[in-house]
Design a protein around this ligand. Structure first.
Ligand code: PLP
Length: 379
């Protein structure tokens, strides 16, 4: 393979201390921690120590707004279209609670989606909701015709992943939104495995709801998740918190008026420390640029797929390179054991069932891929 120059400018690699000690190829579980995120985290603690509660009004509320706006930019949305939540599951619960399933009781999703998406709606089947789970012929992708055939006038919501966590395959979000809307259903995109590695445009694609979080490709750690809600949708939350009302500091118990923007879905005091960490990751991702990250990650992905195939470990990825993301699974006779043995050598990868999973990000190099695959061959 003809490889382009290895790596983004050293200053970005240098931002992530773990890369000095480890071959880190597990960004789809947890993006690497940057020096900038650590510095922001310290700022949060210093402000807490110096100012006590007044840090809230002067600084922390502003930080929350910065994070809301920064995430919005990564998906092409404005800040008032984004709710801050502690997890994707909480975002899904907010949407599930707000939808009206009386006339249309079906939710269509796929068997390759992340389990929490299915659990959210399966747990509501006792209320009359019905989950339709579209099957995959190969465990890698879902043919879009199958999804189209499953969505009909009984469907309230089509909810599925942008990138499948179990194969890295990318779905065509715009086409899925069209399928849902043609039948009068809403479309929800779970972008957790895409945010930060794949450019997203909720407006161009006509997405109704998008859930994501800072933990993975956005390199922002756990505790900060996001829900985009199309502004034209007037549905109200069934669980309203004091962060979700129009006049939060009016402290009027009887004024349970939901905020007119996406904030109405927020659930109480956000994890401010997590917002500071998330700000560091988001800032770096925006600085590098998601288009550029996508380009770099494609080079790393193709290099990895080729090395694994040459080594006889069949890659479990989309056949078409354009539909692959930087989540690369491959067969290994002892995937769990290999992950443990590589960790002893300072090479961090993961496994899902009987496959190893490697996920390079913009800060990785071809050399990282080489070291990991060689260690896997010997493992
Ligand atoms: C695609 C996808 N959705 C959702 C989740 C989980 O989200 P949360 O734990 O924030 O509810 C994950 C986590 O790995 C994921 O990969």
């Amino acid at each position: 393979m003809n490889r382009p120059p290895d790596g983004l400018p050293g200053r970005y690699r240098g931002e992530f201390p773990i890369l000095e000690r480890k071959v880190y190829l597990n960004s789809n579980s947890l993006g690497a921690l940057s020096r900038r995120a650590v510095a922001y985290r310290h700022q949060f603690e210093d402000q807490w120590n110096d100012l006590g509660a007044s840090a809230w009004y002067e600084l922390w509320m502003r930080k929350l707004e910065d994070v809301r706006a920064a995430f919005g930019r990564t998906v092409g949305a404005s800040p008032d279209e984004i709710a801050l939540l502690p997890s994707v599951s909480a975002g899904l619960a907010a949407v599930a609670g707000a939808l009206d399933f009386r006339d249309r009781n079906r939710v269509v999703l796929t068997e390759l989606d992340f389990p929490t998406l299915a659990y959210q709606f399966l747990s509501r089947e006792r209320t009359g909701l019905e989950v339709i789970m579209v099957e995959s012929p190969d465990g890698i992708e879902i043919p879009i015709e199958r999804i189209e055939a499953a969505v009909d006038e009984r469907t309230a919501l089509l909810a599925t992943s942008h990138v499948f966590f179990s194969s890295g395959a990318i779905q065509d979000a715009a086409a899925l939104a069209r399928i849902a809307h043609r039948q009068g259903a809403y479309f929800l995109l779970d972008a957790y495995q895409a945010s930060g590695q794949i450019p997203i445009d909720v407006k161009a694609w006509d997405v109704d709801f998008l859930v994501s979080g800072s933990l993975k490709w956005l390199c922002g750690g756990p505790g900060m998740a996001f829900l985009y809600v199309r502004p034209e949708l007037e549905m109200e939350p069934t669980t309203l918190s004091w962060f979700g009302v129009e006049d939060q500091f009016g402290f009027d118990l009887r004024a349970a008026r939901p905020h007119p923007d996406a904030r109405r879905f927020e659930m109480g005091t956000p994890a401010v420390g997590a917002a500071f960490t998330a700000a560091g990751g988001l800032e770096i991702v925006e600085e590098v640029g998601i288009e550029r990250i996508r380009e770099r990650n494609r080079e790393l992905t193709e290099d990895l797929v080729e090395r694994l195939a040459e080594a006889g470990m069949r890659p479990h990825v989309a056949p078409e390179a354009t539909r692959r993301s930087a989540v690369v699974l491959a067969e290994h006779r002892d995937a769990a054991g290999a992950v443990r043995r590589l960790a002893e050598l300072g090479i961090i990868i993961d496994f899902r069932k009987d496959r190893v999973r490697l996920s390079p990000h913009f800060y990785n190099t071809f050399e990282d891929n080489r070291l990991a695959v060689e260690a896997l061959i010997e493992s």
